[in-house]
Design a protein around this ligand. Structure first.
Ligand code: HEM
Ligand code: HEM
Length: 181
């Protein structure tokens, strides 16, 4: 296949779909742990966060498998080697955190003995044993991971804005639009 000016349509669709979901999940996560929220609101946010989070785990596995099996074949953009390296590392960090966060969330909730409503409806078994220690460790991973992910996303958006608005070097336009050729 000749080198393309854009990421593949499926990769772009997944990128933007998941970008909305991830930003939503981070926002819900930080809001739902605030004290003084009305109980029904807090319950609704927790249920949304847990169930959407498990869906994100499925989506990221599909996305990473696709990325690995059909890597982008992009026409090169002239970038200083340090910037190229920084982009690779930050994308790798995003992928890893997108995997670690829902996994840690799942383990934290299941090891703590709590429900994940839609998995329970489907009668799917719990895949981790109940354990206070495991729940506490996964909680810590989820907590520190959430700051690392939020920080990396901010950096990523700043880098995208730099490429799209200041440098106008084609990096932004190869991830846009979310659908279509
Ligand atoms: C991409 C996926 C996810 C993101 C970005 C995310 C993000 C966050 C953030 C920002 C917080 C607030 C900070 C904190 O206390 O840790 C949080 C809390 C929490 N998340 Fe997630 N989360 C994700 C997936 C999940 C999943 C799949 C579950 C469970 C099935 C889950 C369960 C929880 C719980 C129970 C809390 C409350 C804090 C605690 O008691 O551990 N999260 N999440
Ligand atoms: C306003 C928000 C965002 C903008 C403008 C944006 C923009 C971009 C652009 C232009 C690229 C292509 C870079 C390249 O081709 O070298 C990219 C790649 C990527 N973005 Fe975003 N992004 C945004 C939000 C997010 C969010 C929230 C996430 C997930 C946490 C994310 C994860 C990724 C990943 C993992 C890649 C690497 C794709 C690959 O080559 O495999 N992005 N983004």
């Amino acid at each position: 296949m000749p080198e393309s000016k854009k990421h593949r349509p499926f990769a772009r669709f997944m990128h933007w779909g998941m970008a909305i979901l991830v930003v939503g999940m981070i926002a819900i996560g930080f809001v739902m742990i605030q004290k003084g929220l009305p109980r029904p609101v807090q319950n609704f946010l927790f249920i949304t966060h847990k169930n959407l989070g498990v869906l994100m785990l499925v989506l990221i596995v599909v996305r990473m498998a696709y990325r690995w099996l059909r890597p982008p074949e992009l026409a090169p953009v002239a970038l200083p080697p340090v910037q190229r390296m920084a982009a690779h590392l930050s994308h790798l960090g995003l992928y890893l955190l997108l995997l670690i966060m829902p996994l840690a969330g799942y383990i934290r909730v299941r090891a703590g003995g709590f429900p994940i409503e839609f998995l329970d409806q489907l009668d799917l078994p719990t895949l981790v044993p109940r354990s206070k220690e495991l729940a506490a460790a996964a909680k810590a991973v989820h907590y520190y991971g959430s700051y690392a992910l939020a920080g990396l996303v901010l950096l990523h958006i700043a880098a995208a804005a730099y490429h799209g608005l200041i440098k106008r070097d084609g990096v932004m336009s190869r991830m846009w639009p979310p659908i279509g050729k």
